[in-house]
Each structure stands twice: as C-alpha cells, then as structure tokens.
Ligand binder design. Sequence first.
Ligand code: NCD
Length: 326
Amino acid sequence: MANFSGKPAQAALDKFKNRNIMDISSLSKEDLQTIMQTAAYYDQALAEHKRLYDMDGKIMAALFFEPSTRTRLSFESAMERLGGKVITVTETPAAQTSSTAKGETLYDSIRVVNYYVDVIACRSPIKGARFEIERAATVPYINGGDGSGEHPTQALLDVYTIYKEKGGLDGWTYAICGDLKYGRAPHSLLDALCKFDVKKIILASPEELRMPRENIDKIKDLGIEIEECFDLDYAAKNADVIYMTRVQRERFSSVEEYERNKNIFIMTQRHVDMFKEGAIILHPLPRVNEIAVEVDDYPGAAYFRQAGNGVPTRMALLALVTGSVK
Ligand code: NCD
C-alpha cells in the first residue's frame, strides 16, 4: 500500500464531488485509497493543531433516527474541525422530536432538508433505507448506518485504522467476530477487506449469527479465501486483525434468540495469550461484554484509537463529496 503523503491528486478528488456514500460495494479500491489518503491528510493537520476552513460557509445535517454516540459526534466534530456548521435531529421511534412523529416519511424529510444544508449524514433503523434517502437527496448523502444493512463510514475508518496500526492491509489474516447476521459494521467491513490483497478472512460467529448468505455470495467470485467458524479461540489463534462486535440486541426477533447468543463470544486475557505476534483487536463500539476490560491493557487493543480515527475519516468524506478539500 502506498505510504500516503499530502492530499490526493485533483483528478482523484474530482471523482467524489456530489457523490453519495451508500455502501462499500459502490466504491472502488481507488476510491478507498483516495478516502484514506484524504483522511491521513486531515489526520496530520489535526496532529499539528491546524485551523481548517475547507468547509467554511457549509452546513451538514446530522439526521440520526437511531441511537448513536461515535458516528454522530465524530461527524459533527469532523464538520466543525473543517470550519463548517452542523444542524442535528436525533431521535428514536420511542422519542420522536421531528415531524416523523406527525407521520412524515423519511423521503419527504430529506426532500426538505436538501434546502437547508450542503451535505446530509443520516442513520436509519431500516435496512435498505439508503435507497429511499438516495432517491430524495439532491445534496450529497452519507449513510451513517441503515438498520442491519450497511455502515460504510465505519468500514472506512476501520480500514484506515488497520493501515495506521499495521502499516497496510495486504497479506494479513482477518477475523470478523460476533454478530455477523445483524451487524452492519461486519457487512461493510467484509466488502472493504475484499478490495485488498488479504490472505484470508475468517468469519467467526455463534451458529445462529452467521454472515448472511447474500453477503458471502456477493464476494464469492473475488477469489478470496473465506472461512466460517463458530469458535472464537480459532479466530484468536490465527488472525492478525481480530474485529469483535456486539450482539445486536435491538435487531433480534425474539428475546430468547438474544439470550441464547449474548454470551457465546467473549474475549478475555486467555484469548490474548493465544494471539499471533503483533495481532490487533478492533471493535466498532459500543462494547457490552464481548471484550473483557482486562484486554484493554494489551497494546494491540486498538478500539479506542479506532473510534478516534472516525474524525479524520469523516472529515475526508464530508470534504470529498462536497468538493471542499483545500
Ligand atoms: C456500530 C453500529 O451502530 O452499527 N456502532 C458504531 O457506529 N460505532 C456497532 C454497534 O452498534 O454495535
């Protein structure tokens, strides 16, 4: 992988203007490189405490119709760091504050918000909502998670984190672990890893929470070695990058299904002791109980640093799609 320095060439930047960030499948490997290079460029500026004005005079709408801490706050921080402004709706079906409570459709809400802002970051509890939002949006739209569907900005900050922590993405064995059925972060990460020259991807989950067939079928012709297993020990022993995820309680159809699965994959010091040299652990967070707190002391426990990388990555996305990289 290229060692990024400076911002991408103008031709690469121009390819992003007015684009939506829907999912990873609709981005090319070159697109991922451009995003990572732009993220690295802003990361450097942040490290140097530079004041940036790339998005001066622009407004982002953060429309979050599902709980969020990292995604929304890092989008908002990213916009502020670029000198832009933010307007926000945060609500859940149980506590609605926007006109959704009056029965307005997401489509209509987006049609209106188009007039207020230059870019929209939106999270919906509905899988596939990104297609409805895309139909309504006339300003660039960035998917902040659509139900159990996709979470492209998470996958982009994940690959950027792997690049920073491991010096590149090629040649490693990856293990994506936990709730691969309902977790949108694993769905998007699988697509992202497939763009690189990875050695192998282990999909480790409780039997009931396997990666959906459609997600595996989508990548099966790429010639990447995919191995499914139901054992966290195997993943811990064999992977260079171990990606843990939370069991997505809110997406289960029954309490019993959740109860049966919630404690099957828990990473402890026992697993850390099995790791390959230099292995890292990632997690999109929030963590419930799937990584014991004792594991945080392991130097390769990178999940908090990973959350921090959400800011430069989302700065890159906001600036790219609005044609604002200065
Ligand atoms: C993830 C999400 O919302 O899908 N969180 C995040 O964006 N960092 C993972 C999760 O909620 O388990």
